[in-house]
Design a protein around this ligand. Structure first.
Ligand code: ZN
Length: 157
C-alpha cells in the first residue's frame, strides 16, 4: 500500500466527471488499498478517487463505524435535511455550512463487483453525498450557505 498525494481545490481534475469502473481487478484493489491508507493518514472520513488523481467512480468512507468501499455508487433514496459544518481533504483548513439529507440509501458495488445497498444517517449520509458529489465534479464549497442566509432560514423555521 502507499499514501497517495491528495489534490487540492485549484486542481482542475476535481471539476471533471469520473467514469464508471468496469474492471474489478488488481489495479482497482491497489487503488482502493491506497485510498484507504491515504484517508486514514489524512484523518478524513471519506475520500473519492478523483482526489488522488483517478477519474473513476470509487469512494472510501469511514465515519467511525467501519470502513466501506463504494464502487459506482448511486443515491437511490433520500429524506430529511440538516445544515451542518462540512470540510474536505481537498480544501484544507476550511469548512462551511451545507444542507444535506439526514438519510440516504445508496446502491454500490464492492471490490469484487457485487451490488449491495448501503444506508446512512446523519454524518454518514452527509459523507455519502459529499463523496458522490466528487464523482460528478462537485465540491462542497459550491453548496455552502452563507452565514447570513443561514440565519434567515433559521428565523423562518
Ligand atoms: Zn471532499
Amino acid at each position: 500500500m502507499a499514501i497517495r498525494n491528495i489534490v487540492t481545490k485549484q486542481d482542475p481534475i476535481l471539476r471533471k466527471t469520473s467514469r464508471p469502473v468496469e474492471r474489478f481487478n488488481d489495479k482497482l484493489w491497489q487503488l482502493l488499498d491506497d485510498m484507504k491508507e491515504t484517508m486514514y493518514k489524512a484523518q478524513g472520513v471519506g475520500l473519492a478517487a478523483v482526489q488522488v488523481g483517478f477519474l473513476r467512480r470509487v469512494v472510501v468512507v469511514d465515519v467511525g463505524d467501519g470502513y466501506l468501499e463504494l464502487i459506482n455508487p448511486e443515491i437511490i433514496e433520500m429524506s430529511g435535511e440538516e445544515i451542518a459544518d462540512e470540510g474536505c481533504l481537498s480544501v484544507p483548513g476550511e469548512s462551511g455550512k451545507v444542507k444535506r439529507p439526514t438519510y440516504v440509501k445508496v446502491r454500490a458495488q464492492n471490490r469484487n463487483g457485487a451490488w449491495r445497498i448501503l444506508e446512512g444517517t446523519d454524518l454518514k449520509a452527509r459523507c455519502f453525498c459529499h463523496e458522490i458529489d466528487h464523482l460528478d465534479g462537485i465540491l462542497y464549497t459550491d453548496k455552502v450557505i452563507p452565514e447570513a442566509a443561514e440565519d434567515i432560514i433559521k428565523a423562518g423555521e
